[in-house]
Design a protein around this ligand. Structure first.
Ligand code: TYD
Ligand code: MG
Length: 450
């Protein structure tokens, strides 16, 4: 049979469709993002929402729909999702290979099945035996949890229509293919069509579907960028593969706030929640060494204490080196320049390394003051007082600017037994605390204490 003729191209970033190929997308101006679209059915149809009339309606005609929230068995995950799993929602879980996506969703599937719900786990990556081995590590399974090894999405859809489960896990979207799309599984058009099919199923049948998506280094083949627009919720699982903790971050959520994080730890029998991330992050903190300053980062509504570490040492080559791990490299350079200009430190002959202990990433301006104090502490080789927490944004004139959530940050420091908190002076209004609060207005004033 002759190959069907291609029916156009589309941009994998913004979804813009065009009859001819171009190097730059005419709509979003991204380069090298136009790819050949699927022949046959063509554009993605609108999802068939359950019970929605196919005509325009006024607001008065729309009844309230009460979402049912299913708790996942993990308080950390429930918070990131909003309140739990919403029926009929489509959730994308992205992350590097081996980070624990399959593990956490198998654990959630197991918890929900134990609570009396029907769950279908579709694995296109691993054989049933491999899934069984993983399940054996996690613990005994009770209730209606079914496994299906299949990559043909048509068959998966039929199984879903027949079974009508409450929750489905698709592991992973890159392995699924639709018969009517003429390209290999994992290609952008396959991923797009597969997601559109799952979207229709979840909205039409009211099934909560979790899609696992791989993120390649370039983020190209996987195409989760485009997927993000199609799904209700996007969660990213991140963390250092070599460290045991994992952070689940919400980046889009139609049912709750974004930027919430959940902290987990990989153990022998699956992932366990870390209820006290601050304690966990500070557990290996060295005492009486210079260059370490504890700060409080606010992720969504959750404060986490972190240790910023700096090492300043004499340069052995002509060009001083600067490296930053976990914090923004350009921000570190900017803060070094502020310290040079406003406090008259000379960093031109020294290397400066800044990192966050434990390999966490935090790109919040509230960390500025801690980075500066860690640099100065290491520069002078004087330990920073151990019982002190620091936060505040540093401006280019060396002024210390207010940050949001001062109250939560102070409360977290107090909860973990810190005695003093150095913070922007303007944050002192309307905060009360059981620990000593030291308001500072300029970087000069803050470094004077070291
Ligand atoms: P996995 O869920 O397969 O990752 P992904 O689906 O994101 O690719 O997790 C794989 C890693 O987790 C693997 O290195 C083994 C480890 N692991 C544990 O340490 N304990 C466990 O109980 C399980 C199931 C996995
Ligand atoms: Mg997996």
């Amino acid at each position: 049979m002759a190959k069907a003729k291609s029916n156009g191209f589309f941009c994998k970033e913004c979804g813009h469709e065009s009859a001819k190929w171009s190097g730059q997308c005419p709509a979003c101006k991204a380069w090298n993002t136009m790819v050949e679209g699927p022949p046959g059915p063509g554009p993605v149809g609108a999802p068939a929402f359950a019970g929605a009339p196919s005509r325009p309606v006024s607001l008065g005609e729309i009844g309230y729909e009460r979402h049912e929230y299913i708790p996942t068995g993990f308080g950390e995950l429930d918070r990131v999702l909003g309140c739990g799993i919403v029926n009929g929602s489509l959730v994308l879980v992205g992350g590097d290979p081996g980070i624990g996506k399959s593990t956490i969703l198998l654990q959630v599937a197991r918890n929900i099945a134990a609570g009396g719900k029907k769950v279908l786990y579709v694995s296109g990556e691993e054989s049933l035996q491999q899934v069984k081995l993983r399940a054996a590590r996690i613990g005994p399974v009770t209730g209606e949890l079914y496994f299906y090894c299949e990559t043909n999405l048509g068959r998966v859809a039929s199984a879903m229509e027949e079974m009508l489960p409450d929750m489905v896990v698709i592991d992973s979207i890159q392995t699924m293919y639709c018969d009517f799309v003429d390209s290999g599984a994992g290609s952008v058009s396959q991923v797009r069509e597969a997601t559109a099919t799952l979207l229709k199923l979840s909205k039409g049948l009211g099934i909560a579907i979790f899609i696992i998506g791989h993120v390649t280094k370039e983020g190209v083949v996987a195409g989760p960028r485009m997927l993000e627009h199609m799904v209700d919720t996007v969660l990213y699982f991140e963390g250092d593969r070599h460290a045991s903790y994992r952070i689940l971050r919400g980046v889009k959520n139609r049912f709750g706030s974004t930027n919430e994080i959940g902290v987990f730890q990989m153990e022998e029998n699956g992932l366990a929640e870390v209820k006290n991330p601050s304690e966990f992050m500070l557990s290996e903190r060295p005492r009486d060494t210079s260059g370490g300053v504890v700060t409080c980062s606010l992720e969504g509504t959750r404060p986490i204490l972190l240790e910023v570490q700096a090492l300043v040492s004499r340069t052995s080559f002509g060009m001083p080196r600067r490296t930053a791990a976990g914090v923004d490299y350009n921000r570190v350079n900017l803060l070094l320049a502020v310290l040079e200009k406003r406090c008259r430190y000379d960093f031109s002959g020294v290397d400066a390394y800044v990192s966050i202990a434990g390999g966490v990433r935090a790109n919040e301006p509230a960390l500025d003051l801690a980075i500066c104090l860690a640099l100065v502490s290491s520069y002078k080789d004087k330990p920073f007082p151990a019982g002190t927490v620091v936060f505040g944004e540093v401006g280019l004139s060396g002024e210390i600017r207010a940050v949001s959530g001062a109250r939560q940050r102070i409360a977290e420091a107090e909860r973990l037994g810190f005695a003093t908190c150095i913070l922007p002076k303007s944050c002192l209004k309307d905060v009360k605390a059981g620990i000593a609060l030291v308001g500072v207005e300029s970087i000069k004033e803050a470094v004077a204490g070291i």
